[in-house]
Design a binder for this molecule. Structure first.
Ligand code: GLC
Length: 738
């Protein structure tokens, strides 16, 4: 439809019909097959608000979508099609590694292609919008939703956000198979106090702007069609009703012109926040802040018309919101074809096709991080090997936000080993339950509760110990259950379940050659595992083809190359922890402190167990000292920083060189390091390559004490290494030397 056509349409819509467009309901009000992804008990909606609502979430399936859309259009006064939205977070039917795992690949293009495949499968099944990418910055592993982010660094998250938006949308809703992307959760949702989901967020504007906003901005500037407001408050005001955050920062400063949608029931929840006295005030605050769509609270449907009629809300505000929604529908081509890509035959052809499975396996391989290896990996096929642990036979390898997928499509580790492992002399034992007693986990329309009797548990343990005693090597597949991370899964304790710790303890008494394959949706406290295992491969929740990828790596078909996108803390007491912290006035330098008055703990080190950017390989790489093309940079100039990297090991491998900058003195304190670039190089044994990074004045800009984003003259350190703990650095000056 033309722009004029949209305006003509808006002209003829009644106020009730306009407000209808601003109301989003769960698909369960249209068809019982819908997925419900938020609290829905007791929610009721008037018949009219259902027949006029503008979008639906959680409903999918070509036949279902077509039927609902057809019936809806038959009754809609202006034949404005419904938008169908869903959380397609890391794949649709072909499930990819969780986003945090994708972050570990340090390969945004890879994540972009995962998003492209997800969009194809989802669009073919009738969906128009995905509530992805989640670009929240995360520093606190107690918060279960870290699994949905790509980690602790603003720059890395920004590159992934851009790639995923392009993957979903193409270069402007490329047909076929375009899906509108939604950057979320705006803003600062990843910083809840004490890591407790939905909790208060206390961020200074400086920290918000310097660390948290850049990734949202990157996703929006990449063209994301929607942004989702976050549940949390910022400076005491819920994001959903935060005029400054939404009108000033999001709309004016960042220039977002797309649709702003609330999170589930978040408008109504401003009453619980104590920010609104009632639903009517909640509707007022949210529409004034510029929230275009009310997801599932019904507050807009109930009160907006009256607020306009009473003169409390100008109808022009409603018109602006509705025009943004109509434009989104128009950009997706829904007025011409309300079912643009949904096609049953196409969908079944695309779902889990070999090409998609192969890419899921590739993505999983590149997401694994080798945390420890004393040389026991890769496995030699002829060694008698016992595979022990609750993840050996489990299909629960997909993240908790993979609700459009099916664990039944997942290959177990045992099956993958039997099919593709070179080792004929293998034994398998579960060894323990996945979860501790009484743990009862709830996902989206699924539960995880085990009922093993004490006798059964003893038998499992004994079988495992016997298998360990008979084996030369033991591979233990351990970790968090998939439902222990994701929404509303905060944990004060971030270790693997105790039953599994006991299993590891007992098995390592019976066999000293223990390798741990670790499954989790978050960084864990794994001090105990590091002590007992000779090798640790972090595989996160690796998706539909994850098990096959694990076998590829265990037997050396693929040399692991992943790097941590989020630090593994020494213990939960260190959290929140991140590499890009400020030096403080009393930095602690291990072994070099002259006095006790330093910024440190008495009982644990300051450093995490494994830092951001860390990850081993089956080969080794040497990295030369940093070379600079010059020592002085004038404004507008550029310096080339480079290193020679060489594969000094015996197998081909990939190293990820990371470029960090440290501004030594500025009008506000600056992080000890900030990631400004990364480059993956694959090298054969003996092969060397020069890796160069260009540093311009742009990379040195920050939010200065003047409140502007600019660079300041002075001395800088530039680091190039294979982890954020690198000390491989050189110095240069920006501007004239004093
Ligand atoms: C949830 C989540 C959000 C999701 C939405 C719809 O509460 O916070 O990330 O997209 O509801 O399912």
């Amino acid at each position: 439809m033309t722009k004029e056509g949209l305006h003509d349409l808006l002209e003829v819509m009644s106020l009730e019909e306009k407000v209808g467009q601003m109301n989003q309901l769960s698909g369960s009000f249209f068809n019982p097959s819908a997925s419900v992804t938020g609290p829905i008990e007791g929610k009721k909606f008037a018949r009219e608000s259902i027949s006029l609502c503008g979008s639906v979430l959680g409903l999918m399936g070509t036949k279902t979508v077509k039927k609902v859309q057809k019936e809806y259009l038959e009754n809609h006064p202006h034949k404005i099609p419904l938008l169908f939205m869903m959380d397609v977070i890391n794949g649709y039917k072909t499930i990819f590694p969780i986003p945090l795992a994708q972050g570990a690949s340090f390969a945004p293009k890879l994540a972009g292609h995962c998003a492209r495949i997800a969009a194809k499968e989802a669009a073919a099944d009738g969906l128009h919008v995905t509530f992805s990418p989640m670009t929240d910055l995360v520093w606190d592993a107690r918060w279960g939703r870290v699994m949905e982010s790509t980690g602790e660094d603003p720059y890395l998250n920004g590159r992934f956000a851009e790639a995923m938006v392009k993957g979903y949308q193409g270069n402007g809703f490329d047909r076929p198979y375009a899906m509108a992307a939604c950057v979320k959760h705006f803003a600062g949702y990843g910083a809840p106090e004490a890591g407790r989901d939905y909790n208060t967020v206390e961020l200074s504007q400086h920290t918000l702007r310097q660390f948290y906003l850049p990734a949202y901005e990157a996703g929006i500037h990449a063209g994301a069609a929607l942004t989702m407001a976050s549940f949390n408050t910022l400076e005491g005001i819920p994001a959903t009703g935060n005029l400054w955050l939404m009108r000033e920062v999001l709309r004016k400063e960042i220039g977002f012109e797309g649709v702003l949608i609330s999170d589930w029931s978040a408008i109504e929840e401003m009453i619980s926040h104590g920010y609104c006295a009632d639903r009517k005030e909640a509707a007022l605050r949210a529409v004034m802040a510029g929230v275009d769509i009310d997801m599932m609270s019904g507050v807009y449907a109930e009160h907006l018309v009256r607020l306009v009629r009473e003169g409390q809300v100008a109808e022009t505000l409603i018109d602006e919101a509705v025009m943004r929604i109509l434009k989104l529908k128009n950009n997706l081509g829904l007025f011409e074809n309300p079912y643009p890509d949904s096609d049953e035959n196409e969908a079944s052809r695309l779902f889990l096709c070999q090409e998609h499975r192969e890419f899921a396996r590739k993505a999983a391989r590149e997401s694994f991080v080798l945390l420890k290896n004393d040389g026991i990996l890769p496995l030699a096929g002829e060694k008698k090997t016992a595979f022990i642990g609750p993840y050996v036979g489990s299909q629960n390898l997909i993240g908790s936000w993979s609700l459009t997928g099916d664990v039944k499509d997942v290959t177990t580790l045992k099956k993958a080993l039997l099919e593709q492992g070179p080792n004929q002399d293998m034994a398998f034992a579960q060894g323990s339950p996945m979860l501790d007693e009484m743990m009862d986990l709830e996902g989206f329309h699924e539960r995880q509760k085990e009922n093993f009797t004490p006798g059964e548990q003893e038998k499992m343990l004994k079988e495992a110990i016997d298998a360990a005693k008979r084996a030369e090597v033991v591979v233990m597949a351990l970790g968090e259950d998939r439902l222990q991370s994701g929404e509303a899964t905060s944990n004060a304790n971030i270790q693997i379940p105790k039953v599994q710790q006991v299993l590891l303890e007992e098995v390592s008494k019976s066999n000293e050659n223990v390798i741990v394959v670790l499954f989790s949706g978050r960084p864990l406290d794994i001090r105990n595992i590091v002590q007992k295992a000779k090798a640790i491969l972090q595989v996160w929740l690796p998706g539909t083809e994850g098990a096959r990828a694990i076998v590829d790596v265990l037997f050396g078909e693929y040399n692991p190359s992943g790097k941590l996108p989020m630090a593994f803390p020494y213990c939960v007491g260190q959290v929140p922890i991140h590499y890009n912290s400020y030096p403080t006035g009393r930095p602690h330098i291990p072994g070099k402190d002259k006095d006790r008055f330093r910024s440190k703990y008495l009982d644990i080190p300051n450093e995490p167990l494994f830092p951001f950017g860390y990850g081993l390989s089956y080969t080794c790489f040497s990295i030369s000292p940093v070379m600079l093309s010059k020592k002085d940079m004038i404004k507008g100039g550029c310096i080339e920083a480079s290193v020679m990297v060489k594969n000094i090991g015996s197998v081909k491998g990939t190293e990820t060189l990371q470029l960090y900058i440290h501004d030594l003195a500025a009008s506000v304190v600056r992080p000890v390091k900030e990631l400004k670039g990364f480059c993956k190089v694959e090298l054969k044994p003996g092969e060397a390559r020069k890796v160069c990074f260009s540093i311009t004045e742009k990379e040195l800009r920050f939010l200065t004490g003047n409140g502007r984003v600019e660079s300041e003259e002075g001395e800088f350190e530039v680091y190039i290494g294979n982890s954020s703990s690198t000390d491989n650095k050189a110095r240069f000056m920006l501007g004239c030397r004093r």
